[in-house]
Design a protein around this ligand. Structure first.
Ligand code: FAD
Length: 435
């Protein structure tokens, strides 16, 4: 521990305060990384003897699909027809448009990392994790950033935690306008976008990001040709064991109704489906109690029910919580740890009475460093134990343990969590859910 402390001191370069963020270099790195991922996936598919067609598919009949490939430098479309005994629809979602006048002027979070220059003064419309994550890192990079929030931040998550995230973001310089929606967007002569809000007030921005949700990308695949029904509202499928209303058409990922929209969820649902169809497996995908992380400036990890949802669903609940200063924040001059400490909350079903350690855990919420890794450990514990006993050791670790180096007091619970993560996870660094 002391050697890592010395290293920490040594690696802080002189003149770091004058450092400037290089947006084009970041975009180039992001694009390069995505290309390398694409390449790795193509190699993995080839190694698994999967034929990869880089084309746009559309049903032409119950067992037929027309595929359009755009070949060569001029991207000339070439159509072929393929047939299959079964189909798996995993077309994901596309950002929902703002639906107001001038909405075509807004970009999506996908477009953000292709901008040749930093976005400048930015309006993030929406208050879900996409809007807040974008707003958080843009503020940190020095962009004047505003969030336009129609009703509440991070709907569906624990209110107390969301309020703390909002307060911390505002403290860090992100502006949050509440109770407003955009009525119109209009391009100005200087290239900026004039945004008029629902209360008649307005402001100008260099960039507007639409982050008001995503719509399943199923409208263009001619579902009628094979008889698959999708919700007319959002294009999603009601499925049973990932099977649509047409038995030979399956679906996974963001096209599923009322399932968590998370990468590892889509991957695991696909892997289990393949096992069931071709590998003699019988394990069904478990969509409940999936851990998730929100990468706002105050990172948030959650698994299970929020305090509000638990109170609604259970006759008697009790909440355990703790605020604390994590080791890695203790030396940061930027963080006001007194005002914005890390926070952990465990919600239990207290209807059984008796020994609290045996109460079933309904939800856990954590605000602090490495939220993705921390919460996935507790998902594993939750899935196996579901009792307060194991979580209470975490709560105690947050508040009780402390040691001192060079006069600084440290609470080493992250050390325990890291070891737990290492012991329990096959891929300790993967995001959100672990299976
Ligand atoms: C900004 C942002 C941040 C996110 N952060 C996280 C995170 O931190 N952790 C996490 O777990 N999840 C995160 N998600 C969610 C995650 O990206 C999705 O849940 C996941 O990608 C869903 O996988 P999918 O396979 O269903 O769809 P996608 O990954 O969207 O893949 C769908 C694919 O189908 C293709 N396609 C569409 N139509 C056709 C067609 N007609 N023919 C052929 N191909 C077609 C698309 O081009 C696309 O390649 C984030 C999402 C966004 C937008």
């Amino acid at each position: 521990m002391s050697s890592s402390f010395v290293l920490f001191v040594l690696v802080v370069p002189a003149g770091v305060a004058d450092a400037k963020h290089d947006w084009p270099a970041m975009v180039a790195d992001v694009q390069r990384y995505i290309k390398s991922l694409n390449f790795a996936y193509r190699v993995a598919l080839r190694d698994a003897n999967v034929k990869y067609i880089n084309g746009l598919g559309k049903f032409a009949g119950p067992h037929e699909m027309t595929v359009t490939e755009f070949k060569g430098k001029d991207k000339v479309p070439k159509e072929t027809t393929i047939t299959a005994a079964r189909f798996l629809v995993a077309t994901g979602g596309r950002p929902t448009a703002l639906g107001c006048e001038g909405s075509e002027l807004a970009i999506s979070s996908d477009d953000l990392f292709s901008l040749p220059q930093a976005p400048g003064k930015t309006l993030c419309v929406g208050a879900g994790y996409v809007a807040l994550e974008c707003a958080g890192f843009l503020t940190a990079l020095g962009c004047d950033t505003t969030v336009l929030c129609r009703s509440m931040l991070l709907r569906g998550f624990d209110r107390e935690c969301c309020d703390k995230i909002g307060a911390y973001m505002e403290h860090g310089g992100t502006k949050i306008l509440r109770g407003l929606t955009p009525s119109s967007l209009a391009k100005q002569a200087n290239g900026q976008i004039l945004v008029t809000y629902s209360d008649g007030s307005s402001d100008t921005f260099d960039t507007v990001i639409a982050a008001v949700g995503r719509t399943a990308d199923t409208k263009g695949i001619n579902l009628e040709a094979c008889g698959v029904e999708a919700s007319p509202r959002n294009g999603k499928f009601e499925t049973k064991l990932e099977q649509t209303n047409v038995p030979h058409v399956y679906a996974i990922g963001d096209v599923l109704q009322d399932k968590p929209e998370l990468t590892p969820v889509a991957i695991q649902a696909g892997a289990l489906l393949a096992q069931r169809l071709f590998g003699g497996g019988n394990e069904a995908m478990e969509y409940e109690k999936v851990a998730t992380a929100v990468f706002t400036p105050l990172e948030y990890g959650a698994v299970g029910l929020s305090e509000e949802a638990a109170a609604e669903a259970y006759s008697s609940t009790e909440v355990f919580h703790s605020s604390f200063a994590p080791l890695e924040w203790s030396l940061s001059h930027e963080r006001d740890v007194e005002k914005f400490p890390a926070f952990v909350k465990v919600i239990c079903d207290s209807s059984l009475g008796g020994n609290k350690d045996l109460w079933p855990v309904l939800g856990m919420h954590y605000l602090g460093p490495n939220a993705g890794e921390v919460i996935q450990v507790h998902e594993i514990e939750g899935k196996t134990v579901h009792k307060l006993l194991v979580f209470s050791s975490f709560l105690r670790a947050c508040t009780d343990f402390e040691f001192t180096i060079f006069g600084f007091s440290f609470k080493p619970f992250f050390f325990f969590v890291s070891i737990l993560t290492f012991l329990l996870c096959t891929e300790p660094l993967c995001l959100s859910p672990v299976y």
